[in-house]
Design a protein around this ligand. Structure first.
Ligand code: ZN
Length: 253
């Protein structure tokens, strides 16, 4: 019990700065919105969680960047003071380097989602490096470091992927299959109904419907006291050390 309380205290402290920003942004946003928009749910600004009641969740976005939709998403996340994680396609980074730099500058986390969006299982080492190593090098050119998580396409891993990744492998625990029908209300309901402390949500920032859904999800879950954090922040808050070559799909308590 004592230990558990201590852990919660630490997690709360580490989330405090993020939360303060989120609250400020939320308050500013609500003040700027017409009453009709804020009426649902009573327009309550989320309260500071009681000690031990903080709930963390990580939104992750695959297959970008796509300038139009990714920029709209970054704008919406910035308005809400929310951090997310973006697993990027190397081929799409070229020409959108400014969008990628903006992600990190605004507190989001950047990761690797291969160069051409191919399944990594069954590749030989050279082909694996042409997908993961090449993207890591490209991102290093843009961002100046090589500290990137890997999200394998389709969530598929095998012993070789783990042996060659050279970084932690991040899967997910909530998948609304936003690519399927690009139906914003359905995606929002799926994620909100499955949301739980420590979850990692998979979405795609290449669809306008997904961008709309993600921002509605943020607003709905803020109302339930959730804090949105990057994957790195999520595991750090839970004192879980991510290890290269290991695969993680949630940080459930
Ligand atoms: Zn993908």
């Amino acid at each position: 019990m004592e230990n558990r309380r201590y852990r919660r205290k630490i997690a709360l402290l580490s989330g405090a700065a993020v939360l303060a920003l989120a609250l400020l942004a939320g308050a500013a946003l609500r003040a700027a919105l017409p009453a009709a928009v804020t009426a649902e749910g009573g327009a309550e600004v989320p309260l500071l969680p009681e000690d031990g009641e903080e709930k963390l969740i990580a939104l992750t976005f695959d297959d970008g960047p796509r300038r139009s939709t990714t920029t709209a998403l970054l704008d919406g996340l910035a308005e809400r003071g929310v951090h997310a994680t973006f697993f990027l396609i190397g081929a799409q980074v070229e020409g959108s380097e400014d969008v990628v730099r903006r992600m990190e500058a605004e507190g989001h986390q950047v990761g690797i989602h291969t160069y051409d969006h191919v399944a990594l299982t069954g590749l030989n080492r050279a082909d694996f490096d042409a997908q993961v190593g090449r993207t890591r090098n490209l991102l290093e050119d843009v961002l100046g470091h090589r500290d990137f998580l890997l999200r394998p396409p389709y969530g598929m891993t095998d012993a070789s992927v783990k042996a060659w990744a050279e970084c932690p492998i991040i899967i997910w625990s909530i998948d609304p299959e936003d690519w399927r029908d690009q139906n914003t209300p359905r995606e929002v309901e799926e994620v909100v109904s499955q949301a739980r402390d420590g979850a990692i949500v998979l979405m795609h920032d290449i669809f306008p419907a997904s961008v709309d859904a993600a921002l509605q999800i943020v607003d709905r879950l803020h109302g339930q006291g959730y804090l949105f954090v990057t994957v790195e922040e999520l595991f750090a808050a839970r004192h879980i050390q991510l290890e290269a070559g290991k695969s993680y799909s949630n940080a459930y308590p």
